[in-house]
Design a binder for this molecule. Structure first.
Ligand SMILES: [Zn+2]
Length: 174
């Protein structure tokens, strides 16, 4: 995939000013360091449990994907057609650079090799990293929102944190 951010900068869909980035002229981007975010996730897990992390991911994915869907519908002219796809929108949301995205009628297989939060989380916490549990829910919510699905089954079989070369998720639906 080409760089969606580069294209948006050229089209003025992404502008800088007042110490902040703005997407589509009205969505402000907060820039919380990704590495700090991996600390935060792990800390939230230690203070709570994995169920809490999943709930948080689900909520964040839902709110963000629904908001995004609405804004993109209004701002389509700032976004090239080739970027109006689910993997491009996930990248645009800041939830990771996608290595491969395969979709058929009832399934999406998503691979990520290098992730701003999962990669540092793996370096710090190794197999104990829970970052993928959080992102599994984020991606599932994006898929549900943009494919109008009520439910998707998530499996995360390959994982950077378990020593694999990449993270691979399989999202299935009926
Ligand atoms: Zn993983």
């Amino acid at each position: 995939m080409k760089d969606i951010f580069e294209d948006l900068v050229i089209r003025k869909g992404l502008i800088g000013g007042g110490n902040q980035l703005q997407l589509f002229k009205n969505i402000r981007f907060t820039m919380y360091p990704a590495r700090a975010f991996s600390f935060l996730l792990q800390k939230l897990y230690e203070d709570n449990d994995l169920k809490y992390i999943r709930k948080l991911g689900k909520k964040m994915g839902r709110v963000s994907s629904e908001n995004f869907k609405k804004e993109i519908a209004k701002m389509k002219r700032l976004l090239k057609k080739e970027y109006q796809t689910l993997p491009a929108l996930i990248e645009l949301s800041g939830f990771g650079k996608i290595h491969s995205f395969k979709e058929n009628k009832k399934e999406i297989i998503l691979q990520i090799k290098e992730h701003p939060v999962i990669t540092p989380s793996k370096e710090i916490y190794g197999k104990k990293s829970i970052a993928c549990s959080f992102y599994s829910q984020i991606y599932a919510e994006y898929i549900k929102t943009f494919r109008d699905l009520n439910n998707v089954q998530i499996s995360h079989n390959k994982c950077l944190c378990n020593g694999d070369k990449l993270c691979e998720w399989r999202f299935k639906w009926e």
